[in-house]
Design a protein around this ligand. Structure first.
Ligand code: FES
Length: 170
C-alpha cells in the first residue's frame, strides 16, 4: 500500500504540519499581545472606597475645586501616591451636596466653573467651547452630549467623603 492509497500524500502532510506550526506560533505570539491590551478591562477595579476631602463646612453655594488621590490603577500604571482626581463641589443652603467630575463629556478636557467671562453661572470647557449649566447639565447646541459625571458623596463626623464617579444620562 503506497501513501496515496493511505490518504496521506506528502503535500497534505506538509500542509498539515506547516499549518499547525503556523497556528501554534501565531497563538504564542498573539496571546500576550491580546492579554496586554485587555488587561485593564479584565482587571477593572471598581473604586468603591470613599475618600475624605475635608470639612464639609468649607463648601457653600459657590463651586469649589477639590483635588485628592485614590488608590487605583490608571490602565497598567499604579501611581505611588494614587491617582490624582478632582471634583467641583458645592453645598446648598439646605445642605445638599453636588460633587461633579471636571472631565468634559465631549472628549475629556477639563471644565472650569465660570471659566469664560461671557458665561456666568456655568461650567466652561475651553477645548471646543463646551458649556454646562450650574447643575453640570450640558447646554444644547454645544459639543458635550451628556451631563458631567457625579461623585457619590457622604458626610461623616463633619467631613465630606467622595466615592465612585457615576455617569448621568444626557
Ligand atoms: S472636550 Fe470639552 S468641549 Fe470638547
Amino acid at each position: 500500500m503506497n501513501r496515496r492509497e493511505n490518504g496521506m500524500t506528502r503535500r497534505r502532510f506538509l500542509t498539515y504540519t506547516l499549518g499547525g506550526t503556523g497556528a501554534f506560533l501565531a497563538s504564542v505570539t498573539l496571546y500576550p499581545m491580546v492579554r496586554f491590551a485587555l488587561d485593564p478591562l479584565a482587571q477593572a477595579e471598581v473604586e468603591s472606597a470613599f475618600v475624605d476631602v475635608g470639612p464639609v463646612d468649607q463648601f457653600n453655594e459657590t463651586y469649589k475645586l477639590v483635588q485628592f488621590f485614590v488608590k487605583r490603577k490608571d490602565g497598567w500604571y499604579m501611581p505611588e501616591k494614587g491617582l490624582k482626581m478632582a471634583a467641583w463641589v458645592r453645598r446648598s443652603a439646605s445642605g445638599d451636596i453636588l460633587a461633579l467630575s471636571p472631565i468634559c463629556k465631549h472628549v475629556g478636557c477639563t471644565v472650569k466653573w465660570e471659566g469664560h467671562p461671557r458665561f456666568k453661572n456655568e461650567f466652561f470647557c475651553p477645548c471646543h467651547f463646551g458649556r454646562y449649566d450650574e447643575n453640570g447639565v450640558n447646554i444644547p447646541g454645544t459639543p458635550p452630549r451628556a451631563p458631567l459625571d457625579r461623585y457619590e458623596t457622604k458626610v461623616k463626623n463633619g467631613r465630606l467623603f467622595l466615592g465612585r464617579v457615576v455617569p448621568r444620562r444626557g
